[in-house]
Design a protein around this ligand. Structure first.
Ligand code: FAD
Length: 410
């Protein structure tokens, strides 16, 4: 039986940040990671706010030096309509730029940084069982050669992302209230020669006739980009089974995007992920807390996943530090409730996106600059900034403004 202070399951962004923050406070931290890094992961467009946590974990200089594509905002296209938001001009005055990253490189860089700070990472080992009913949490780990061992810890942080280790093992899964959607995506050499195309922004394009179908185009610094489509099941029925052909068929229906990509070289097999929205009954329990995607995942449309993952890591690390020093902490009021506030802000905008209200607002030609700055702050990730009326009253504000835009358009 191995004895450790904190065990983190998974070395993705939430695991690496949480582990480094705890190590920096002097705690013993072990990460168990199922895969060998670098490994592919989807989720390449970062928001400004996530760099606040990269900085807190002492990793900002390494990320900045890595040569990732700088991102200064988000652009949206729908037929002839185009609008963009600039992270340098937001209500929350956060970081003006962030990055568009190949996640294989980015996640390895964060994990290496955590290791450099003294975190132990065991790759190619998988957590297969967990027991929280004894005096100390116990985890069962399986090595690559099939041998197994038990680790006892004071506390377990589950940062296992789509692996959802503790939600599965402790029966914490809860249904998401979003319908099942599917994403099909790839990396291409984009060869975009349109001089108006802005490589420093994610481009989100909406299908011309189905407003709930959308595409992401995330340029990287090497002339390549991540390209994907998101749609619900019924839209896939008349599409080819082959994933690349399927993605191309959606793009062919969307002239603004097919025009941009007319010279692209498709050199990487496409992938798909289905039914990715997920939720849990609780974010914590005696001896554990859930971080990032191991807890709740909403939807990719606002690129909020890594930011929520890192925010949860930062909050959990600071609470756990206090707890390990002997303080009593209330994980419900100090972790779940405040974390969910920002997640619920994103939820309101994701719902607005698929209802069409968010689209009505952003494409409206006369939206007041102050309102655009408030929306821009959320797009930059500052969804916990309660001073922003579009955070504190997200649903109501979005509904009222979209009604104003709709009546002005008539
Ligand atoms: P992960 O990055 O998934 O890391 C979890 C790690 O845990 C993995 O390395 C895994 O191998 C390991 N693990 C799993 N099970 C075990 C086990 N049993 N034992 C040990 N280790 C284990 N987010 C953005 O911010 N921007 C985007 O543009 C964006 N686009 C997206 C597009 C799509 C289609 C989807 C579905 C999601 C997108 N996301 C995006 C979300 C993003 O992918 C996730 O939110 C983010 O990766 C979560 O990070 P994490 O640290 O929680 O988990």
């Amino acid at each position: 039986m191995e004895r450790r202070q904190v065990v983190v399951i998974g070395a993705g962004p939430s695991g690496a940040i949480a582990a480094a923050l705890l190590k920096r406070q002097g705690h013993d931290v072990l990460i168990i990671e199922r895969q060998l890094f670098p490994r592919f992961s989807i989720g390449e467009s970062l928001l400004s706010h996530c760099l606040d946590f990269v900085e807190e974990a002492g990793m900002f200089d390494a990320v900045e030096a890595a040569g990732f594509q700088v991102k200064n905002g988000a652009a949206f296209a729908w037929g002839e309509r185009y609008t963009h938001f600039d992270f340098g001009d937001t209500f929350s005055n956060g970081k003006p730029t962030t990055f568009q990253v190949q996640r294989a490189t980015f996640d390895k860089l964060l994990a290496d940084q955590a290791e450099l700070q003294g975190v132990e990472i065991r790759y190619q080992e998988e957590i297969t069982a967990a027991h929280f009913d004894g005096p100390q949490p116990q985890l069962r780990a399986r090595r690559e050669d099939g041998s197994e061992y038990t680790i006892e810890a004071d506390f377990v942080l589950d940062a296992s992302g789509y692996g959802r280790v503790l939600p599965r093992l402790l029966d914490l899964e809860a249904p998401s209230n979003f319908p099942i959607r599917q994403a099909v995506f790839t990396h291409i050499e984009d060869r975009i020669d349109d001089k108006h195309f802005d490589r420093e922004k994610i481009l989100v394009s909406i299908h011309p006739t189905h407003r709930d179908i959308w595409f992401w185009l995330i340029p990287f610094s090497d002339g390549r980009c991540s390209l994907g489509v998101v749609a619900s099941a019924e839209h896939f029925q008349d599409k080819p089974e082959d994933l690349e052909a399927c993605l191309r068929a959606f793009i062919d229906e969307t002239p603004s995007l097919s025009g941009l990509l007319q010279n692209a070289v498709w050199d990487t097999p496409a992938r798909t992920i289905n039914g990715y929205s997920a939720n849990v009954k609780t974010l914590h329990g005696p001896g554990f807390a859930l971080l990032g995607n191991a807890a709740e995942f909403l939807d990719p449309v606002f690129s909020s996943g890594v930011t929520i993952a890192m925010r949860s890591a930062s909050m959990a690390a600071s609470l756990l530090h206090r707890q390990l020093q002997g303080e009593t902490v209330d994980w419900h009021t100090e972790f779940s409730v405040p974390l969910k506030r920002g997640v619920d802000t994103f939820r309101a905008y994701v719902e607005g996106w698929y209802e069409g209200t968010f689209q009505d607002v952003i494409f409206h030609s006369d939206s007041p600059p102050e309102i655009r700055r408030m929306i821009s702050a959320i797009l930059a990730g500052y969804a916990w900034d309660e001073r922003n009326p579009f955070v504190s009253e997200a649903k109501r504000r979005l509904r009222v403004i979209s009604e104003v835009c709709a009546s002005a358009a008539q």
